[in-house]
Design a binder for this molecule. Sequence first.
Ligand code: ADP
Ligand code: MG
Length: 300
Amino acid sequence: ATMPPLLSTIANAGRHGVLIKSAVALEKFGKTDLVAFDKTGTLTQGTPRVSEIEPVRAAGMSTDRLLSLAAAAERPSEHPLARALVAAAHDRDVPMPHSEDFTSTPGRGVTAIVESAQVRVGSPALLDDVRPAFSEHLAEARTLVRGLEDAGRTAVVVIVDDVPVGVLALADQLRPGAREAVAKLTAMTGRSPIVLTGDNERAARRLADEVGISDVRAALLPDGKVAEVRRLQEQGHRVLFVGDGVNDAPAMAAAELGVAMGRHGSDLALETADAVIVRDELGTLPKVIGLSWRAHRVVK
Ligand code: ADP
Ligand code: MG
């Protein structure tokens, strides 16, 4: 028996590595006129590496101790930056003490108790919450962050019992095929894709330049990504949002079409998405838009 055309198109998309959850989602691919990408884990490979470990000198902690505390606090996290810190601790044979009371805030970072101290690891925005009593530490941490971000790195701060003790830098690599996918999507939707990221502006711009995107909206919390999607929709756009993290799920739900990265995607992202790019190949996106165009010409 022959399959109905929509079903055979969904099966065909599956063979290309894109799992489409409904016929409605398939149709929406063809109607997309603006693609918005998350950065970390979507446009990048999502396997960042620790490139620098910089203790705040006023706090007097060794680089090994700094990495050890940060990795211990991050161990339960599934965030790509967390996995990089844990991997770096393994690589350097640095011990990872037991941690408890772990909590994570999407787009911000994590908190845990390690050896009776409260350890916070995350975005430099965490420095805004530190009591001004440690102004020397704060000033030094901010200088370290600025230097690393100027070099295009993602900087993560470490705060122990409300004292900034160090900054770690992470570098990620462009996902192979991202540049080609962006060029094809630009041609197909008639508009260049944009980047919505929680990372800092300079790291985000550097990466966006490499893939050929000029519209970058950085330092966004999960709700900030939603607000950007809504604003684009109010301008009349039908937005396809691609992401991988827990922090991306609200924007996926708000967009016309939410797409998750299959390999690196968090469970929440996979559940929320209307479609999943199973092997994380961005080149499949323009392919599926083409399939949708053809299917709907057939159905009409
Ligand atoms: P993106 O939008 O690029 O995927 P996220 O929203 O996941 O980035 O993260 C934004 C920023 O929040 C990161 O650059 C980092 O500074 C901080 N962050 C979030 N989660 C963590 C974590 N588990 N450990 C350290 N930093 C984190
Ligand atoms: Mg991400």
